[in-house]
Ligand binder design. Sequence first.
Ligand code: SF4
Length: 320
Amino acid sequence: MPVTMKRLLDPDSLRALSRGCAILGAGGGGDAYVTLLQALQATEDFGPVPLVDLDELPDDALIMPCGGIGATTVILEKSENGDERARLREHLQFLTGRRVAALMSAEIGGGNGLLPITWAARIGLPVVDADGMGRAFPEVPQVAMHLAGIPVSPAVMTDERGNLVVFRTISGHWMERLERAAAVEFGGAAASTEFSLTAAQARGATVRNSVSLAIRIGEAIAGAGGEPPDATSPPPGCVFHPRCPLAVDRCATEAPKLRTVRPARLVACHRAEEVLAGAMTGAGQSLGRSRPDGAGGLAAKGAPAAWPAPADSGDGPRAS
Ligand code: SF4
């Protein structure tokens, strides 16, 4: 089956992806700026990386989830030497007897959302639009693949010197224990792959479209007007109101409480129900504070022409 791609991850996409990964990581997953620089250099040297959908890959295509493991501060100072991803792929192919068809971020949050793109550029493979969590995670078994019953083994870990360890453990918990111990001996950080799986398995065992989501988040941040709030002196009300295109008068004085708007869906926004219902229709119909009748919002701040009602995909306003 010919593989079509969703988009080429060009420099603009990578910059947006870096911003989105930083948001989704919420402090986890490593630094998204250094890994952006790595990805920009790799794609300049070897060309942009195709982003593909899992549906576009043959059922039996082998996907290699991968990323950095260890202490994020160490990863900043202990650079790769550039050979790590090729060693991971070669040994995974040796262990499985199959060729790796695409890479996948083990976690989209933080620098690990970008690291596989650098690796994919260097070895000429696509990256799939999916990851293992939709966020960043602190332990190996805290991923969708584990919940779906995908075996964590065989796992491969390597470092910048060329050391390599193959792990076969009885559980994800033991993989976490042993890999963490090895990462310490590697100097605090290493590169690894766990939970290798086929495209058919990945369709039901990963968080899909998370790379696209991170890019959209990054593009939204870049396109937002105003200035981010000063974290040391946040504004009253909703801290986002100075630059939120949907802000109404209430937002400037009353901080929204975290509340349940759908089963298992918490949101802190005065207008969450309107957004979720698809009621926001942009400049002409949003509840503009600037309207003569005083009804409403800040349409002039650049609300899009239409706010689609989000599907239950988890990427609505300020969901947690
Ligand atoms: S509309 Fe929601 S996110 Fe925007 S300022 Fe008001 S409470 Fe905050």
